[in-house]
Design a protein around this ligand. Structure first.
Ligand SMILES: *Cc1c(COP(=O)(O)O)cnc(C)c1O
Length: 379
């Protein structure tokens, strides 16, 4: 029998008695919002009918949609010349919609930054439809960083320049947007760090984010885009594949994901009540510091991301062996620390700490990591 050299921890719980949910997505949502949604499933806005049961063209949903859009605009300081759209997805569908909508023909260049699995998947969808230019890549170092500006290569006449602001699987984040040398519109997959910190929408042609990381349920994508960019899109596509359709019909050309729109609205109102994006940034930085400062103070766990590019949303690290990675996840789960297994592309562990994740969870994880390292050092 092996004996632990450290005191054995008792299972951790949140203040409300739930597990600490480190899932990368679908991920944790604010408890206040979940409680409200429980109520609103039964009876929303005193209408006597639940949110899932209302017509998408009735007055109750009219207000929910208008409120959701207003909350997104408010939280994100979205200017009037930008459209806010709630579009079916997931995100992966949009990897294909982008070149379909905005590339003129196969000879037109598109610039893509390859910084992780999702960024690479986005580029793969554009390859058959455009002249692919890799603007920068971190593939050679297993996507542990954002490529240095000296290595960037941009095209003249590119339809757009695509990057992924936070690499969910690898745990890296752009600390500022790239600036395109020839002024091509920036298009960004912000799925895993959307509304986690202040952002300047004006720097982008289009921002798109799957809701399941920081905003709501899966299967719906929040799109914020310069109206003139959307209008420049192609007309010769099936109606729901055109961003134009969603913009012109205020996200309800057909029956939209009404519940998803409702929940994104509620999450944005929650962000506002917490103090907006500046407060989110401070809270996220505090949680990230707990974990990263521990990682920097020891030598048992090996972090994946280079320091300069560390993501506050997704923290990636490994044990000295794959067997220990497995043991780590199993023991963590038994202690109420859920969803720590890394993505198969990177291995190891990943602690996702989206906006709604409490700092107590970061502290609990560090306590567990200390005990696990002591008990397993030299194995
Ligand atoms: C989760 C994620 C995706 C994939 O989202 P789906 O909705 O499953 O297609 C794409 N990009 C990023 C950055 C993600 O975090």
């Amino acid at each position: 029998m092996t004996t632990l050299s450290a005191p054995t921890l008792q299972p951790f719980k949140t203040a409300s008695g739930r597990k600490f949910n480190f899932s990368a997505g679908p991920g944790i949502l604010p408890e206040e919002v979940l409680r409200q949604a429980q109520h609103d499933l039964w009876d929303v806005a005193g209408s006597g009918i639940g949110i899932l049961e209302h017509s998408h063209r009735g007055p109750v949903f009219d207000k929910i949609l208008a409120d959701a859009e207003a909350a997104v605009r408010d939280v994100g300081s979205v200017p009037d010349d930008y459209a806010v759209m709630f579009v079916p997805g997931g995100v992966t569908l949009h990897f294909g919609l982008l070149p379909m909508n905005f590339v003129r023909d196969k000879s037109q260049p598109v610039d893509y930054f390859l910084t992780g699995k999702w960024a690479d998947d986005a580029a793969k969808e554009a390859e058959p439809l455009a002249h692919m230019n890799v603007a920068g890549s971190s593939k050679a170092t297993r996507h542990d960083r954002i490529p240095a500006p000296e290595t960037w290569k941009f095209s003249q006449g590119a339809a757009y320049c695509h990057f992924c602001s936070n690499n969910t699987i690898e745990g890296t984040q752009w600390k500022s947007e790239p600036v395109h040398a020839h002024g091509a519109p920036l298009v960004c997959d912000t799925s895993s760090d959307m509304f986690s910190a202040p952002m300047d929408v004006r720097k982008y042609g289009m921002i798109y984010a799957g809701a399941q990381k920081n905003l709501g349920p899966s299967g719906i994508v929040l799109v914020i885009a310069r109206r003139s960019f959307i209008e420049s899109g192609r007309d010769d596509l099936s109606v729901l594949l055109k961003y134009k359709t969603h913009m012109a019909n205020e996200s309800r050309y057909n029956t939209p994901n009404t519940f998803g729109i409702y929940l994104i609205g509620e999450v944005c109102k929650w962000i506002k009540r917490q103090g907006g994006l500046a407060a989110m940034k401070a809270h996220n930085a505090e949680k990230a510091a707990v974990l990263y400062s521990f990682l920097d103070s020891q030598s048992f766990y090996v972090p994946h991301a280079q320091k300069e590019f560390r993501s506050p949303m997704n923290v990636t690290f490994r044990c000295p062996s794959e067997d220990l990675d497995k043991k780590f996840c199993k023991e963590a789960e038994a202690l109420g620390l859920d969803g720590l297994k890394g993505h198969r592309a990177v291995g190891g562990m990943r602690a996702s700490m989206y906006n709604a994740f409490p700092i107590e969870g970061a502290k609990a994880l560090v306590q567990f990591m200390k005990q696990f390292a002591q008990a397993n050092a030299g194995k």
